[in-house]
Write a protein that binds this ligand. Sequence first.
Ligand SMILES: Cc1cc2nc3c(=O)[nH]c(=O)nc-3n(C[C@H](O)[C@H](O)[C@H](O)COP(=O)(O)OP(=O)(O)OC[C@H]3O[C@@H](n4cnc5c(N)ncnc54)[C@H](O)[C@@H]3O)c2cc1C
Length: 466
Amino acid sequence: MAKRVVIVGGGIAGIYVLRSLLARKSDIDEEMDFTVLKREKSGWVSTCGLPFALRGWYEIERTEINKPQFFLDQGVDFRTETEVAKLNLDESSLVLKTGEELKYDYLVIATGRKQEVKETALEGVYTFNNEEDAEKIEATLNREEVENAYIRGRGIIGLQAAAAFSTRGLKTTVHGGPPSLLPSNLDPDMADMVKERMEKDGIRFILDKREITAIKGHEGRVKSVVIGGKEGEKEEIPADIVIIGKWMLPEVDLAWEAGVDIGESGGIVTDRAMHVKEGRGHITNVYAVGDCTEVVDAITHRPRLNQLASTAVTQATVIADNILSDISEQPGLYSPCEYCFGPTAADVGGVLIGSVGVTSEAASRAGIKTISGRATKLTKARYFPGATPLTLKLIFDAYTKKLIGAQMIGEFTVAERVNELGLAIRAGITAEEMRSMERCYDPSLALLVDVTIDAATAALGITPVY
Ligand SMILES: Cc1cc2nc3c(=O)[nH]c(=O)nc-3n(C[C@H](O)[C@H](O)[C@H](O)COP(=O)(O)OP(=O)(O)OC[C@H]3O[C@@H](n4cnc5c(N)ncnc54)[C@H](O)[C@@H]3O)c2cc1C
């Protein structure tokens, strides 16, 4: 009989498990049936493309890469606007809100992040999590009277929303905790460069400990946000649109109620095969993937969240390998998940940010002493048209001198560098090796002495040749 794989969640994580299994089901002789259950009306949406739709680069609809019919046509039981109410792991079944019970041979929990704003019922206050949020935000931006925006959150999504609002002419305030932007990705010295660049575009930043104390409205629509409780600290910020983009908690209620272990970071705990954990053991036909899971950091070896599509996709590949291995009883198909290096690239209003490995602060929290070096250089020969500056910070373990983190800000080509430096971290490359490494050169494509060499040289306390 065909083995039934049920996937709870149709975000990037769930869809990637499905896509991997659909693509590879002919690799094994056994039959498989697939069911996907999700709340939204959509098929496969590229959430990561939504900020650019809000910036006006294309319509939101364009981010829906496949409609549900695409999967239905391949025989997948693809159910949209469907709520899962309960998981019965002992009986290998789950129950929908309608009361319908579904049996599974393999269950994949891909429930993502929590989705709602509970602070207020006022119109104009949103999270920015998915296409439905983006549609509401877009509709609000298109109202004539909308002039002021307030964003709570200093992470990438908050900054991308700020860039979109500012591009569309809104007076935009970003409010987050101290001391600096993007604390998961950048040290304060690097983050301040991003802040300065975005301030030039008219965005205001408030980075302090004040919390939202009131959200005020008129005729059901938001009009302002009050921050700070005490007299003298209070401030009322005009806001016709509010985005609550604080740290998004993993959506783990179903898993938790079913007895699955939730880790200290708030995400579902898995083993390296992505099986969920229950007490002392792992449940080998139940997997978790994506933003609802916690990862193990490759440098600190501590659990943490890394809510990125790139992480979800690597986990999904592992799950597909392991389901195929299990069904076909071919151990050779099995694969374990890598520890997380967290490579990240983001475009926030034309400022390109890249990071991989740990920040100095994360290293310090884990008791790792570091040395670091920073350099700013052009991306091509100085006389060449189109040369743009790139600032790179490299962080090394002070004892081994191995690279453990990299951060960069530029206008061009950060993604390739993030991936290159991720490999260097994984390979245990030292500062001395980076300094002496030969690099390619063509004045139209690269500098004679790359910024990587200068940052590694600076980390070793040697003056680079400029
Ligand atoms: C605006 C934005 C931009 C981003 N840009 C990038 C980027 O450039 N690069 C990058 O790597 N990452 C980016 N990310 C992060 C990335 O989008 C997420 O890591 C990824 O979407 C996570 O996918 P997921 O499937 O785990 O979770 P989600 O997308 O949250 O999906 C969860 C799914 O579970 C379903 N679900 C939950 N509970 C139930 C239930 N009880 N019953 C039925 N269904 C349920 C939901 O309906 C949903 O379909 C961005 C995120 C956002 C919001």
